[in-house]
Ligand binder design. Structure first.
Ligand code: ADP
Ligand code: MG
Length: 681
């Protein structure tokens, strides 16, 4: 059997016809390797042969019985029955939808057979309806044992799937392990060939710390990290270093109304080093909401423009892009270079002029939304792309983007989603990371309170006072998983209630609105035409509403801590003290109370992200899923933290491009081969 077997289609297996193949594909089992990665979650113990007097109703049991009589009623819908017994009692085997000839062959009169299935009791008699297995005594061994239990789906039963998994395991070729024996031994892992067999044929697959399970976790992580690190090497190719004089940005710095924090200075330095080096930059600034990432990116942009290149700054939304544009116009007001603004909505005539000025190199800085990366747009000499709030981009989009800029273009991303240390490599393994942990000195911590929902009435006077004081309020409605419709309707309901109390002062915004409708309402809020904005989580992204200083978050336990932290970062950005009120349904779990405490006591997004991961475990982090973190199939950053570290180190120790022949099996196994194939070095 060749190695290719593992990557061939399941259709080549015996007993897999078009129908079964269709069902398997629905379960994403298409290749033999998918069967390998579909691990049993438990097992059914059919090993013991029970006497009929010892049967337990409702259990799956195996019996050895003698066939006494078969009954095939001629009336439709009545089941066929086989009457059997052993020396201790009687039982009926009941079949719906079966043919006489088939049953007569399966149950030869007066012979002994082995039957395994769920024991029922009906009309004072034991019954098994449509048993899982019926076999002759010679084949007893096939049935009377512990049988791995897989997650199955309609159209596939244990017997059918077992035929598939056993065929796969018994035909499995031995693979040359990509891990050295020494490495395996030292780290208490296990050889791949042994691992995969054990995962299917013993309890190992069900214990997330068994040697075999840890081995497959390690493999999964390695495949992931290898792909990312390879991607990174292919992006960090040679370029011409940029030449600029730091004095440019120094002058702007001096004119700022504030002094940069040490972290901002440090990050600016890291970026400058990259710009001046002969390798393309692919860097992400990670900093909490309000940590001042924007100004750092602007100073870098200035440096790049001063060395004769063009720059582009991209934001996820129009309104954020516009905010950046205004700010930048102001900061660069003494510079005499051309700055333009482009979104999907820019008028055709204006757009045409912008495009031609980009090609001729007249425009030095282009600010906008995704529209910046349309095919038609070409720069004369693009030196730096900055992308704000990048967490909406996946790995593939990032690498596409890096290609688009051309070889001379450096790439800088900014994210306000703090990521726990363990997850860093799996998310950003293709990038260099700069962190801003320090907050601007005069930034006040947001006052965070919690309140049970049934005391909501106590809030109205407080809100009324805020409005009289000319403050603005966000009201965030529960995030309801997987249903944008429910999400929308609960916000709408709340809007109606609040609007009655404060007529003409309330706006509503939710994910079902079109972008331009959203932008209009946000603009109204920004211009203080409304005082209260009822919203779903669409307000997360980094817009500055300097006048908003109260945020009320309903059903707060539905959100991840990281997300709550992001949300409350929307307020208290101006001079006034910000307040965040978390509303809860009654009867919070101990864990939920702990989580609120973390939020109340800390304003450090990185710390909060770590705590959230610890308190909730990975499986259930809504906030993380929303910020684009995919979960692994086997690996869990809480349970397998040590393996995350080990895999990271392992991959970092591989110098130069990876050996495709050595790792191709691993990469193909976890569907990562494509990344390597498509991005030629
Ligand atoms: P974010 O990191 O969330 O994108 P911004 O760059 O929007 O943060 O900065 C938030 C606010 O803090 C802005 O109004 C900005 O002018 C201000 N700011 C940035 N750096 C400093 C600093 N070192 N000291 C004081 N204020 C600062
Ligand atoms: Mg920002």
């Amino acid at each position: 059997m060749k190695k290719d077997f593992i990557f061939s289609s399941i259709d080549n297996l015996k007993g897999v016809g078009p129908q079964l193949s269709k069902y398997l594909k629905k379960k994403r089992i298409e290749k033999i390797k998918d069967v390998l990665l579909n691990l049993p979650y438990s097992e059914t113990d059919r090993s013991k042969i029970f006497k009929l007097k010892d049967l337990e109703i409702g259990k799956i049991q195996t019996i050895k019985i003698q066939v006494k009589k078969l009954n095939f009623p001629r009336i439709r819908n009545l089941p066929n029955k086989v009457y059997c017994e052993d020396e201790t009692g009687k039982i009926e085997i009941v079949y719906f939808n079966s043919r006489e000839g088939y049953l007569r062959k399966l149950f030869p009169l007066n012979e002994f057979v082995i039957v395994s299935g769920k024991i029922n009791y009906f009309n004072k008699k034991y019954q098994i309806t449509n048993p899982d297995y019926v076999t002759s005594l010679e084949n007893q061994e096939y049935v009377a044992k512990s049988i791995p239990k897989y997650n199955l789906t309609k159209g596939i039963n244990e017997k059918k799937y077992r035929n598939i998994s056993e065929q796969v395991i018994s035909n499995l070729p031995d693979i040359n392990d990509w891990l050295d024996e020494d490495f395996i031994k030292k780290n208490k892992l296990i050889d791949w060939n042994e691992c995969i067999r054990k995962l299917h044929n013993s309890k190992d697959g069900k214990i997330n710390q068994s040697k075999s399970f840890r081995r497959i976790v390690f493999d999964e992580l390695c495949a992931n990290f290898l792909a990312l690190s390879e991607n990174r090497k292919r992006i960090r190719i040679k370029k011409l270093p940029k030449i600029f004089n730091d004095k440019n940005s120094e002058l702007i710095k001096k004119n700022l109304p504030f002094k940069l924090t040490n972290d901002q200075e440090k990050v600016l330095d890291e970026i400058n080093q990259d710009l001046l080096s002969d390798k393309r930059m692919f860097r992400i600034i990670q900093g909490d909401v309000g940590s001042g990432k924007t100004i750092v990116s602007l100073l870098s942009i200035l440096n790049v423009i001063k060395s004769g290149y063009q720059c582009a700054l991209m934001s996820p939304t129009e309104i954020l892009a516009r905010q950046h544009y205004k700010l930048i116009k102001n900061i660069f007001k003494n510079e005499n270079f051309n700055i333009e603004f482009l979104t999907g909505k820019t008028e055709y005539k204006i757009k045409k002029v912008i495009l031609s000025k980009l090609t001729s190199g007249k425009i030095k800085l282009l600010i906008g939304t995704h529209a910046l990366f349309q095919k038609k747009i070409s720069f004369q000499k693009l030196g730096l792309v900055v992308i704000d709030e990048q967490h909406k981009f996946g790995v593939k989009q990032r690498s596409d983007l890096a290609k688009k800029g051309g070889n001379e273009c450096d790439v800088l991303l900014m994210s306000a989603t703090p990521i726990p240390r363990t997850m860093m490599m799996s998310l950003y393994g293709d990038m260099d990371i700069s962190k801003i942990t320090e907050k601007p000195a005069e930034r006040k911590n947001i006052n965070t309170l919690s309140k049970p929902e049934n005391k909501i009435n106590e809030l109205w006077p407080f809100i009324k006072k805020q409005i009289l004081d000319n403050n603005q309020v966000f009201w965030v409605c529960p995030l309801i998983e997987e249903s944008s419709f429910l999400d929308y309707s609960s916000a709408k309901k709340k809007f109606e209630i609040i609007n009655k109390k404060f007529p003409n002062k309330v706006g509503l915004i939710h994910g079902a609105l079109k972008n331009n409708e959203k932008d209009k309402i946000l603009k109204d809020f920004l211009q203080r035409k409304i005082s209260i904005l009822v919203t779903t989580t669409v307000i997360e992204v980094g817009i500055d509403f300097p006048n908003a200083n109260l945020i009320i978050i309903e059903n707060a336990n539905k959100f991840g801590l990281a997300q709550l932290h992001q949300l409350r970062g929307r307020v208290g950005r101006g001079e006034k003290q910000g307040t965040c009120i978390l509303l809860f349904k009654d009867g919070l779990s101990k864990n939920a109370i702990k989580r609120i405490k973390v939020l109340k006591n800390s304003n450090d997004g990185f710390f909060i992200a770590e705590e959230d991961l610890k308190l909730r475990g990975f499986g259930d982090l809504i906030g993380f899923q929303q910020s684009g973190i995919k979960s692994f199939r086997f690996a869990d950053p809480v349970i397998h933290e040590d393996l995350f570290k080990l895999a990271e180190k392992y991959v970092q120790n591989i110098k130069g491009y990876i050996s495709y022949s050595k790792y191709s099996f691993l990469l193909k196994l976890f569907d990562k081969a494509e990344i390597i194939n498509t991005s030629e070095p």
